[in-house]
Design a protein around this ligand. Structure first.
Ligand code: HEC
Length: 94
């Protein structure tokens, strides 16, 4: 993930509210890396989506603290990355 651009966090925040729209309740595509679990474990998937939203929200808050400090942003970025990979481990098929 790009860490250099300071505009990333707010874009991320917007993004974190978007992707879930693209996951329909019923599986309709063949070419997807999403596991069937995404559709079979909607509650868990949504929970992890909320975790990501919370993490990106915190990152946005952290990114507004001036002056920028690695000690402030680092953990927030890590939390977002953890939320990404936790869900990928569970729901992405590669
Ligand atoms: C709630 C679950 C979940 C979270 C959280 C999540 N993802 Fe994903 N992501 C998926 C699933 C499922 C796929 C596979 C979708 C598909 O292939 O249709 C995917 C695919 C991707 C892909 C495409 C890679 C590919 O193989 O096509 C990228 C890039 C990606 N995610 C980035 C991120 C980033 C960055 C974050 C954190 C900011 C994130 N994801 C958080 C579930 C999640």
């Amino acid at each position: 993930m790009a860490r250099s651009s300071l505009t990333v966090p707010s874009k991320l925040d917007a993004l974190s509210h978007e992707p879930w729209k693209h996951f329909p309740q019923v599986r309709e595509e063949d070419h997807t890396s999403a596991k069937d679990d995404v559709w079979q474990k909607q509650a868990r998937f949504q929970e992890m989506a909320r975790t990501l939203e919370a993490a990106t929200g915190e990152l946005v808050v952290a990114s507004k603290v001036q002056p920028y400090k690695a000690s402030n942003l680092g953990p927030a970025v890590q939390k977002v990355e953890d939320a990404c990979s936790a869900c990928h481990k569970e729901f992405r098929d590669h």
